[in-house]
Design a protein around this ligand. Structure first.
Ligand code: SF4
Ligand code: SF4
Length: 432
């Protein structure tokens, strides 16, 4: 991931044959019908920049920001153009040239002060009701007023910060007798501060399969918000800190957040390509498993009890195209007795969250999300399952906006519930 002018850009741009396949899969193009938003349009723009015919002004830069980084164009490109790397590189160029807004720079820098960041979110959890109020349907919080610089639309419903982060609920080390292996779990910010119950489900899954679990105290944010916005220096700093924290005699590195998993498994390799930490990343990368991959590879299906629920599944972009995880959750669902799994149409199309995209372009992200919700509701499922907390948050907001009572859960929570039922069935107790 380099700044423009570097050879890497040219190598990618020259591969584009203008076929337009990327146009047919782009969720933003589908809504806006504007060639400028497609990967092909952006590739042409970058060619103009390299030739010196076009200046990458903040207005033109907007085209790279109006992108979900969903990787659908990368996956579908017959010439193998790494549009994702190109677009991130363009964002980096802009960040270096025009500088990111002060609020963003401070927020990203704040991520590197782990203890300060943790204290800030704990205070935020206590004080959040000053600026947020409970939504009418009780599914989350809404801003009481416009919060400058937050990008929070007043209609938007977001989950509250948890009263206790995951780190306060589960110990740093969970040990079992005669462990089958040693797992280190990277919960990331969302599972730690917003959805700790999903993080706890991950620990339960590992424990039930007789694995030791460690959640190192000195883990930081994975850095995705920073390096996808062009702040690569902060991204590198966070990557280096996490590689250090995750170093140890572990058999697997477990993630349960699509963006964290894709960062640890693949994207750190790009942002650290010229750094001394690259070797450490290569070793770590081979051990990274999403929790659904772990269950398929090491889980004991005999532990599952009946779970009579109708569920559908949304493939998060960073899981299906960032980690190649798509069949594993479905394999797990097929193994759980009485679980009625219903595949939705376009399950792997982006839900419109796209990190900060849904903050900057809320109306557009809602329109993209509506297709996802239509497809989910058409299955007749009562619960939508996903392996990404950002998707969960955006989809829950969408369901609230249309007064739907469909539940949204993390894959790990479904697996944990099935395990709990297995244990209860053995003991003859009541199922969850
Ligand atoms: S799919 Fe690939 S080759 Fe075709 S126009 Fe898009 S970027 Fe170019
Ligand atoms: S990453 Fe997604 S949103 Fe961005 S250009 Fe490619 S298909 Fe469109």
């Amino acid at each position: 991931m380099n700044e423009h002018g570097h050879e890497e850009w040219k190598q990618q741009l020259v591969k584009c044959i203008r076929c337009g396949t990327c146009r047919s899969v782009c969720p933003v193009f589908k809504e806006e019908n504007n060639e400028n938003t497609t990967a092909r349009g952006k590739v042409q723009l970058l060619e103009g920049v390299l030739e010196g015919a076009v200046k990458l002004t903040p207005t033109l830069q907007e085209r790279f920001n109006k992108c979900l980084l969903c990787k659908a164009c990368v996956k579908g490109c017959p010439s193998g153009v790494r549009t994702d790397t190109l677009f991130l590189s363009a964002r980096l160029t802009n960040a270096n040239k025009n500088s990111l807004p002060l609020a963003k720079r401070l927020a990203f820098k704040g991520l590197t002060f782990r203890k300060l960041f943790d204290t800030g979110l704990r205070i935020g959890s206590v004080m959040q009701n000053v600026v947020m109020k409970k939504s009418d349907d009780g599914r989350g919080n809404q801003a009481r007023f416009n919060i400058p610089g937050s990008g929070l639309d007043l209609r938007r419903i977001i989950p509250p910060l948890a009263a206790k982060p995951l780190r306060d609920i589960v110990p740093e080390k969970t040990t079992v007798t005669n462990p089958k292996g040693r797992a280190v779990f990277f919960p990331g910010c969302m599972l730690n501060y917003i959805y700790p119950e999903a993080g706890k489900a991950v620990v339960n899954i590992l424990k039930r399969n007789n694995w030791d679990v460690t959640i190192p105290t000195d883990l930081s944010c994975c850095g995705t918000p920073a390096f996808t916005s062009g702040d690569q220096a902060t991204g590198r700093e966070l990557a280096a800190a996490n590689l250090k924290a995750l170093a140890g005699d572990y058999d697997v590195v477990i993630t349960a957040c699509a963006s964290c998993g894709a960062a640890l498994k693949n994207e750190y390799g790009e942002i650290l390509q010229n750094e001394s930490d690259h070797n450490a990343w290569q070793k770590l990368s081979k051990k990274v498993l999403d929790i659904s991959e772990f269950v398929v590879k090491y889980g004991d299906p005999a532990l599952f009890g009946a779970l009579p629920m109708k569920v559908t599944y949304h493939d998060a972009c960073h899981l299906v195209r960032g980690m190649d995880v798509s069949k594993q959750p479905r394999q797990v669902f097929a193994t759980v007795p009485e679980l009625d799994f219903r595949n939705m149409k376009d399950a792997d199309v982006c839900c419109g969250a796209g990190g900060t995209f849904s903050m900057a372009y809320y109306n557009l992200s809602r329109r993209i999300n509506d297709h996802k919700l239509d497809n989910a509701e058409a299955t007749g499922a009562s619960c939508l399952v996903t392996g990404c907390s950002a998707c969960r948050m955006h989809i829950t907001d969408g369901l609230s906006q249309r007064n739907s009572n469909m539940r949204v859960m993390h894959t790990a929570e479904i697996i944990d519930m099935a395990y709990q039922n297995g244990e209860k069935q053995k003991k003859g107790g009541k199922q969850v």
